[in-house]
Design a protein around this ligand. Structure first.
Ligand code: ASP
Length: 415
């Protein structure tokens, strides 16, 4: 294989990640000195989210040509999200029952982070907030879901305007292309950014010794979550990719190593979105129609890793507190973990906040979250990577089931 530019960047990103781990491990808090480099990388990613979502969704929907087509694509996409998230939560539940990570653990009281226990939104709130009072306010707050809704409707309407809509569609297509180029520039900085983010996070957690100590204390719990994530990432999703999307899972995953490294270092599916979109479209050649629809929405609501972790964590807490759960209660955990994952924002440790929904649904003590806090920053990185993988597989599946099918049908009709 000839070494190309993007291979070299990828190699440097991997080296950056490893070096970040080694430096954070060895030098602990001293590594906070490079925090600004991580922030720089994070800011560059975040600044692209709003223009990228708006421009790519409008162009994606406009390229469907007919708004009615959105209905089926939407159904297939949402179906994929729910099935895969539910399967992930079920894997977590099964493993936690098998391994019993919480048995014999004495829960230690920890102060909960202030974000836990903040007002949690009801389903009605979520629906009402999907229509923003002010589009610019939603954009300014990077409030992704309302922006997606507006872009979808706006893009759909543009397709009905004929000639008049064309310049606007072209404008957004131009913005989309420009942001994609910008992603490429930011990617050049990724090796340094990833290094700094990993090093400062591990450093802030007290370096290698402290991390190892925490991991050891919660070893069985962390091992259960990681085993579940591995099963989902290495078996379930590749099978879907192979049998439904008809893609080579190794090649598809290899092309996504940059978004994976970004997800691991930022712990945010939203911040990773620009990298994911570029890799899925440009490297894995998924159509813009599918990618621009499935990925932004997926980053916001499709979180397989988070659902799996929430299910394991809830059972861990029940076991640690010696609370027996009935089969029905476990089913409730399965459902609420799926919903809590949908509701979790695509930002670091958001899953911890929506855990409250799962715990209260079956009367488990919310203080239990304190018992899993110490290691959450690390597990968050791992589950975010799986979340991004799930979205990317979804784009290929929808591309295959909907977009290609439509293309074939159109050809037949033309003929
Ligand atoms: N950090 C995760 C994400 O952005 C959400 C979570 O906390 O599980 O995908």
């Amino acid at each position: 294989m000839k070494l190309k530019g993007h291979h070299i960047i990828l190699l440097l990103i991997m080296v950056g990640m490893l070096a970040g781990g080694i430096c954070g491990w060895a030098f602990g808090e001293k590594m906070l000195a490079v925090k600004f480099l991580g922030d720089l990388f994070l800011n560059s990613l975040m600044m692209m989210i709003v223009p990228l979502i708006v421009a790519s969704m409008i162009t994606g929907v406009a390229s469907l040509g007919d708004i009615r087509r959105l209905g089926r694509t939407g159904l297939v996409t949402v179906g994929y999200y729910f099935v895969t998230t539910g399967v992930a939560a079920a894997i977590g539940l099964c493993l936690a029952n098998l391994i019993k990570p919480g048995a014999g653990v004495t829960p230690v009281a920890h102060e909960l982070p202030s974000m836990v226990g903040e007002k949690t939104y009801t389903v009605v709130d979520v629906i009402v907030n999907m229509i923003p009072k002010n589009v610019f306010e939603a954009a300014a707050e990077t409030n992704v879901l309302p922006l997606i809704v507006v872009a979808l409707v706006f893009g759909g309407i543009l397709t009905t305007l004929g000639e008049k809509g064309q310049p606007v569609i072209k404008f957004f297509a131009g913005v989309n292309a420009a942001v994609m180029k910008l992603v490429y520039l930011v990617m050049m900085f990724a090796p340094v950014g990833v290094f700094a983010l990993v090093a400062t996070k591990l450093g802030a957690a007290g370096g290698g010794e402290a991390f190892w100590g925490e991991l050891f204390k919660l070893g069985k719990y962390a091992a259960t979550v990681l085993t579940g994530l591995a099963l989902h990432a290495f078996i379930v999703l590749p099978l879907l990719l192979f049998f439904i999307a008809r893609r080579n899972p190794f090649k598809y995953a290899f092309n996504l190593l940059t978004p994976f490294a970004t997800a691991f270092s930022t712990a945010s599916s939203a911040a990773t979105l620009p990298m994911t979109m570029r890799a899925v479209e440009k490297r894995n050649k998924v159509s813009n129609e599918a990618a621009s629809f499935v990925l932004p929405l997926g980053a916001t609501i499709n979180m397989d890793g988070t659902a799996l972790y929430e299910a394991v964590a809830a059972l861990f807490i029940a076991q640690a507190y010696g609370i027996e759960l009935t089969a029905v209660q476990q089913l409730v955990i399965l459902l609420t973990a799926t919903l809590a994952a949908v509701g979790a924002a695509a930002i670091p440790e958001a899953g911890l906040v929506t855990m409250v929904i799962v715990l209260t649904s079956v009367g488990l003590p919310v203080e239990g979250i304190g018992a899993i806090l110490a290691i959450d920053w690390f597990l968050d990185r791992c589950r975010t990577t799986v979340n991004v993988w799930g979205d990317s597989v979804g784009a290929a599946v929808v591309d295959r089931l909907e977009v290609s099918r439509r293309a074939t049908r159109d050809e037949v009709e033309e003929y």
